[in-house]
Design a protein around this ligand. Structure first.
Ligand SMILES: Nc1ncnc2c1ncn2[C@@H]1O[C@H](COP(=O)(O)OP(=O)(O)OP(=O)(O)O)[C@@H](O)[C@H]1O
Length: 208
């Protein structure tokens, strides 16, 4: 379970943002909606442990994440939160298998080869393990980043605008993949978007 309480963020030379309290139960799927500049990225960064809020609390499965040291926070994030960024951010000199595997070594988790193989297979990438990022399409790269986000069995999967640059068919595929993979991996899912195509697919909404 994830909860935010009395959360605020004051940017230096920027706005003071206040976030309504939010509880996400295990395996729930939510949309994070708001106009441009309303604070979606800020909230995602706070919830994923990347940006310390000015005040308030973020709890994930009973752990107050901003009470952790930076080192413990990095490890905690790697073990509990999977993030699919707008761009895949893969390492060009590593093949697809190694790019995904990196997520477990960074989180201090023992490499589980079988899990990498099964994730890549479930995302239609079993034939791309030995290829390099340059050799894949944008849609395939996005699926690699979903595999990487899921590798450590996170309890929370976060996706930031995953459909913004996709046509209708691919947007639908990515939503199917995210919702199905979250379910299969027993993770809660938060998708930040203003894409109307996504709004028809997930009913719970947090509005900024
Ligand atoms: N580092 C910063 N310093 C000062 N102000 C910032 C900083 N980062 C963001 N802001 C401001 O905080 C507000 C929220 O920004 P944020 O990026 O969270 O919005 P968003 O909802 O994700 O927007 P978009 O949909 O356009 O990506 C905006 O007014 C933005 O200008």
């Amino acid at each position: 379970m994830i909860s935010i309480q009395s959360l605020t963020h004051q940017y230096q030379n920027g706005p003071n943002l206040n976030f309504t309290d939010w509880e996400i139960q295990d395996e729930e799927q939510w949309l994070l909606l708001g106009a441009s500049g309303s604070g979606k990225s800020t909230l995602l960064n706070i919830v994923s442990g990347l940006l310390k809020p000015t005040s308030g609390s973020v709890k994930l499965n009973g752990t107050e994440i901003y009470s952790l040291s930076l080192k413990d926070m990095d490890r905690f994030r790697g073990q509990n939160i999977g993030i699919v960024f707008q761009k895949p951010h893969l390492i060009k000199s590593l093949n697809i298998y190694d790019n995904v595997a990196l997520a477990s070594s960074l989180a201090g988790i023992k490499l589980d080869k079988a899990r990498i193989f099964s994730l890549l297979a479930s995302l239609g990438l079993e034939n791309k393990k030995r290829n390099f990022p340059d050799e894949l399409s944008q849609g395939q790269l996005q699926r690699v980043s979903i595999a990487r986000a899921l590798l450590n069995n996170p309890s929370l999967l976060i996706a930031d605008e995953p459909t913004s640059s996709l046509d209708d068919e691919n947007a639908e595929n990515v939503i199917d993949i995210l919702t199905e993979q979250a379910k299969e991996n027993h993770a809660s899912l938060v998708i930040a978007t203003h894409d109307k195509r996504v709004r028809n697919r997930i009913s719970k909404e947090y509005l900024l």
